[in-house]
Design a protein around this ligand. Structure first.
Ligand SMILES: Nc1ncnc2c1ncn2[C@@H]1O[C@H](COP(=O)(O)OP(=O)(O)OP(=O)(O)O)[C@@H](O)[C@H]1O
Ligand SMILES: [Mg+2]
Length: 427
């Protein structure tokens, strides 16, 4: 806007000078129009000189200049954004890629052309179209290596203050959302499949009992027995699913009660002793002094029933299940002491590579063996979520052919007697 007054003045003085010179010439070069023309010419020359000087002062167009031409404050704000962001100039060169964008364009991308630092054709093509004057675009793309990641990019053209083109590539990391969605789909597929199998068996036996086995009392008794087992399996699955949902909903709300871990393990083992006896398995718990932890009694009983039940199910006939206890220093400075209980069996053991998968819902090493023993594949997933709620953890060690040790770590309860009543607790 400021540059325009000199242009207008230059225009007016040029016209004025020409008109006055013409007038002076027609009038026999009278002194007044001649002097006025000279004055207009002088003003015009000053306007032209000012305009030239102003032009010389104007900086090089920002978008085609170096990346540092972004104002430092704007650069700092964009660098601090958590979401990845890339700015390109009108020729597709990177002006800025913030720290979060480094995973996509690598280190030091600035001043390089975007095609030299980005290897995703979908996004490069969208950038090309928008650079060529196309509408803003929303495009999805994924990386498979080194880790699978999914992004959505919003590419839009805008202008710098001086009018130079600027391309904004805003990225959203969708990896966590995609994983959660995949887990939800898998979960529904697995749960439906687990329910469909016993349901198909029950429906089949109902048809048989209505048909050719109608008057066969022996077959009826046998089929009703199988139907009862399958119905019990469905009930257990629904109970486990509801239990898992309830624990997950409550996970952010840690328990506040104090319980004796040794007593909990003894109660869980006692409830399972008929099963152990049926397989001639001995359950041995070491020590008897109370070990106090902060926890929810019912949930911790569920944890140890799952672990001891697994030790019996996947142990060998006539073997021993041993449960050891102990304490460890705090997991973090100033935190509570840790208490542990380790359930050791003498079963087949587990291969090292499958250990991280054991707490996944419905994961079973041997589906047939688990199903035969009435397993739903949810036991260790429930254990994991209960321990998350207790700020505890599950450690799994195993040796093929020797057996496994499932160790539960929990924060020890802060004993009332351990706190000096005269000291006010600071938080
Ligand atoms: N002590 C163990 N020894 C060997 N394998 C084990 C042991 N505990 C668990 N596993 C393996 O881990 C899988 C998952 O265990 P999890 O307790 O989650 O399910 P499950 O025992 O099959 O069924 P559920 O616990 O619902 O009755 C089991 O199917 C089994 O293959
Ligand atoms: Mg189990």
């Amino acid at each position: 806007m400021r540059a325009d007054w000199s242009r207008s003045l230059l225009f007016i003085t040029s016209i004025g000078t020409v008109a006055l010179l013409a007038d002076a010439a027609l009038d026999g070069w009278r002194p007044f129009p001649l002097a006025a023309a000279a004055l207009f010419l002088a003003v015009g020359l000053i306007a032209a000189a000012t305009r030239k000087a102003r032009k010389a002062e104007t900086p090089i167009a920002v978008a085609s200049g170096p990346a540092s031409s972004l104002p430092p404050a704007a650069r700092n704000v964009l660098e601090a954004l958590h979401e990845p962001l890339i700015l390109l100039d009108g020729s597709g060169r990177v002006m800025l890629a913030n720290v979060s964008a480094a995973a996509i364009v690598g280190p030091d991308p600035e001043r390089k052309h975007i095609s030299a630092v980005l290897r995703t054709p979908e996004l490069l093509e969208a950038i090309e179209r928008v650079l060529a004057g196309g509408e803003a675009e929303d495009v999805g793309f994924s990386f498979v290596v080194p880790l699978e990641r999914h992004y959505r990019a919003y590419v839009v053209a805008t202008k710098m203050r001086e009018g130079a083109p600027l391309l904004v590539v805003q990225l959203h990391d969708l990896t966590a959302i995609r994983r959660a969605e995949e887990m939800r789909v898998d979960f529904i597929a697995n749960a439906s499949h687990e329910l469909r199998t016993p349901l198909a068996a029950v429906s089949g036996f109902i048809d048989t009992l209505r048909g050719h086995a109608k008057d066969d009392a022996t077959a009826r008794e046998r089929f009703l027995g199988i139907m009862a087992v399958e119905a019990a399996r469905m009930r257990r699955l629904i109970d486990d699913l509801l239990s898992l949902t309830r624990i997950e909903l409550n996970e952010h709300n840690p328990p506040s009660g104090t319980v004796d871990l040794r007593q909990i393990v003894r109660d869980a083992a006692a409830a399972l002793s008929p099963l152990a006896q049926a397989d001639s398995i001995t359950i041995r718990t070491e020590g008897d002094t109370p070990l106090r932890v902060t926890g929810d009694r019912d949930e911790l009983i569920q944890v140890f029933q799952n672990l001891i039940h697994n030790a019996i199910k996947y142990g060998h006939e006539g073997s021993t299940v041993t449960i050891r206890f102990g304490t460890l220093p705090p997991a973090r400075r100033g935190g509570p002491e840790q208490v542990f209980a380790a359930v050791q069996d003498e079963g087949d053991g587990l291969a090292r590579e499958i250990i991280p998968r054991l707490t996944e819902r419905f994961y079973r090493v041997d589906v047939k063996r688990s199903r035969e023993r009435g397993g739903t594949g949810l036991g260790l997933a429930i254990v994991k979520h209960i321990l998350n709620r207790h700020h505890g953890r599950l450690q799994i060690e195993s040796t093929l052919g020797v057996g496994s040790i499932f160790t539960v770590h929990l924060p020890a309860a802060v004993e009332a007697s351990a706190m000096d009543p005269g000291v006010t607790k600071m938080s």
